[in-house]
Design a protein around this ligand. Sequence first.
Ligand SMILES: Nc1nc2c(ncn2[C@@H]2O[C@H](COP(=O)(O)OP(=O)(O)OP(=O)(O)O)[C@@H](O)[C@H]2O)c(=O)[nH]1
Ligand SMILES: [Mg+2]
Length: 609
Amino acid sequence: MNYRSDIRNIAIIAHVDHGKTTLVDAMLKQSKVFRNNQAVGDLIMDSNTLEREKGITIMSKNTAVMYRGVKINIIDTPGHADFSGEVERVISMADGCLLLVDAVEGPMPQTKFVLRHALQRGLKTIVVINKIDKPNSRITEVTSLIQDLFLELATDMDQLDYHVLYADAKEGTAVTEAGMPGQDISSLFDCILANVPPPRIESGPFQMLVSNLDYDSHKGRIAIGRIWRGKVAPHDTVVRVNADGNIDYHEVAEVFTYLGLKRLKVDQAEAGDIVAVTGLEKVSIGDTIASPAQPSALPRIEIGEPTIEMTLGVNTSPVAGREGRFCTTRQLRGRLYKELETNLSLRVQDTDSPDTFLVKGRGELHLAILIETMRREGYEFEVSKPEAITKVIDGKLVEPVELLTIDTGDEYIGVLTEMLSQRQARMIDMRNDGQGNVRLVFQIPTKGLLGFRSSFLTSTRGESIMNTIFLGYEPCRGEIASTRNGVLVASESGSAITYGLNNAQGCGLTFIEPGTQVYEGMIVGLNSRLQDIPVNVCKEKKKTNVRSSTSDIAVRLTPPLKMSLEQAIDFVNRDELVEVTPENIRLRKKLLTYSQRLRSISAARLSIK
Ligand SMILES: Nc1nc2c(ncn2[C@@H]2O[C@H](COP(=O)(O)OP(=O)(O)OP(=O)(O)O)[C@@H](O)[C@H]2O)c(=O)[nH]1
Ligand SMILES: [Mg+2]
């Protein structure tokens, strides 16, 4: 067996926000892949607009640096549990990983998830305790918690023999012993070179596994992956083995390797390296590209199943088709099915209604990111409330359950436990640090989490953090009663007027400003009671010749509550929809007129009797 000592392939894995992308910044900047005067900024790898706006990584990406004559291919991965599929997708390209752990938060549920994956794949792990600069960092405690985690997850004794480094990724320093003054991250680079095994080369003709796809308007589809065997050069004839094991022939157009943020065009790339090749128009993630001399397929990438689903369909509101560029079934269907090529944990299904698709994902954020991306591309559509995906195992109906970890102040324990018990959550653990901070851990059915985030943030005044991770399936425990108040529903179409909105504010909170175009059945506010009520926000004050008092002239409205897309999806009930266009996000009742809704309520009552 041969090894390539001039390359190391590593993945950077961690719980969300523990500093992966920041550490990659430091590695890129300190390996001098940029010109001295080049302005590169922070979170360089978070290049997608939504990633920059939200400050989180959504897609795994490749880069590479040179250190002491060795090329280190780096794969930055997302830490949010909704994008776990991205970690599963790329981890097979690496031989080692950096497991980052926040020096304050310590190991979190996603830390365990990604470490388990890495260890099962036999990746050599280097632990990096990050954010040691934080005043409340607890390095000793976190170190021993990590040790416990390895004891629990290691699949062989060698895996317990891991190195630990201590980093301040923001400053760009890493040291081998806690308390040592840091200069730069060369100790991290040295540790990678010394401990991550160089890629093993199998003998034989060319073979690579496609782990990622990119697209270029000139070059077409770009297949990215690691070469396991042989070499590849432009104009080589190769075969692609697809999911069904069928093969087709292609000619490679160009071959690239990575350095910094660039792809370098090369004359040839060899086993062990991570490359991007063009010329294969139909290639998908998971396909093997190989020499026709030995076209055997590598094991396909396995991705965990989706846990929630929602319908996405053609906009049926009275104002449909005015704001989007792409509104038809054909356009929506084309876009959704195209998404499946790169978004591996997503599923799309046709439904009985030709205008509606069932979209399944790993969590609310996973679906929300897809919706936001489509809306920015000019698509217009409507989506329903996300629901947990149940299935039948051994004749029993089961539903997904998740582990919910909450970091909060002890004054919120009461309110949170009460909210969560209504949502069928069970407390598993509660730890108080003696300084007013608690960590609460619950087991909760996925359906109980839907719609929880916004009430969580309001009731803890935005001061708490929640994280969830998929645990498995358990027998269904029945419906959860709606915990939301009723809504204020526009009873007439037209333009909202201050006078009408002011009247509506007598009943609860409003969501829209004066001048907003509304239609009958559109949700314009939240009632302070449980029932939905119709309100006429377009209603003008009756004009008389006499002004009764000066207060009539200037009505002061409370500013509307504006919801983000995620909040809107979180907010709606089953009989409601979110209308998404490039310009607006509107909430509506599925049944637009009051009489239709009344009829459906009485029909439902009859069917219960
Ligand atoms: N004080 C301090 N802050 C840090 C350090 N490393 C990262 N941060 C901050 O932590 C936040 C999250 O950093 P990211 O690099 O985006 O974390 P990430 O792990 O890539 O996050 P995801 O990709 O979304 O999972 C940012 O605000 C960073 O500035 C550190 O060593 N010290
Ligand atoms: Mg990141």
